[in-house]
Design a protein around this ligand. Structure first.
Ligand code: ZN
Length: 257
């Protein structure tokens, strides 16, 4: 069964996919907005995090496909300048090549999360290989940072039940995004910034890339994004922080406080 969410449509392959079709379509088409409270500890009931419901003006900037020596240090520098933090969904293969950058991400108060080992679409791989992609990256991150990653984003946003089960087994929350900047298409830094600002709202998870190709425009856009966030009273925090900060409000809402 294959569910591809990247462009907002659902593709199902094979006769076996018809089983559970209704449930999957509902799951994929329903707003992927889940409360932060269900995220505490293991991924719990919710299969996918793409937005954190919060009243606080906080967002999570996320960077995929790194670390990359051409871009990651510049991004870390900008984040530090603006007292902002972000989550980096690193590839295991990149982390192996640039372990110092993984450590630098963590040392600077930013978050290291998992984007699998090789950036192959997990829907095309056998279950044992999917498990390897996810567990080996978690092991590598643990080795480099001393902590297990809390969040996992599948390459291309491609989800399958095997992917979700493998991530949940490691207590990693499967994470997509609220705002897709499409920075990987080579669009201008002004267009990347405009996309973020047009869709900005509390709890948004913003998808950017620090690896996988030339990302000078992403780095360039980051300065104006951080400036605009500050002007609008937003804080850029790690995903873990975003989820954590949303919890008291959720608890209050449930108890009617
Ligand atoms: Zn990616």
């Amino acid at each position: 069964m294959i569910v591809t969410l990247r462009r907002g449509w659902v593709a199902l392959g094979g006769l076996a996919a018809l089983i559970g079709f209704a449930a999957l379509v509902f799951w994929a088409s329903a707003p992927l907005e889940i409360s932060a409270t269900v995220q505490s500890g293991a991924a719990a009931n919710a299969p996918v995090l793409s937005y954190v419901r919060t009243g606080t003006r906080e967002v999570a900037l996320t960077f995929d496909d790194g670390p990359d020596p051409r871009n990651t240090p510049a991004i870390l520098q900008l984040l530090s300048t603006y007292h902002a933090h972000a989550t980096f969904f690193v590839l295991g293969s990149q982390a192996e090549m640039f372990p110092g950058l993984v450590k630098a991400i963590q040392r600077s108060g930013n978050e290291v999360a998992s984007h699998a080992m090789t950036h192959r679409s997990l829907a095309t791989l056998k279950p044992a290989r999917v498990t390897y992609e996810i567990t080996s990256t978690a092991g590598l991150i643990q080795e480099l940072t001393g902590s297990q990653p809390l969040f996992f984003r599948p390459p291309y946003g491609t989800l399958t039940p095997v992917v979700i089960r493998a991530a949940q087994k490691l207590h990693e929350t499967v994470t997509l995004w609220t705002i897709d900047t499409r920075d990987w298409t080579g669009r201008s830094s002004a267009a990347i910034t405009a996309t973020v600002l047009a869709q900005l709202r509390p709890g948004a998870i913003i998808l950017l890339h620090d690896g996988g190709g030339p990302r000078a425009r992403t780095v360039q856009s980051l300065r104006s994004i951080l400036l605009a966030l500050r002007q609008r009273g937003y804080r850029a925090v790690t995903l873990d922080q975003l989820v954590h900060d949303a919890q008291p409000q959720e608890a209050g809402a449930h108890t009617g406080l």
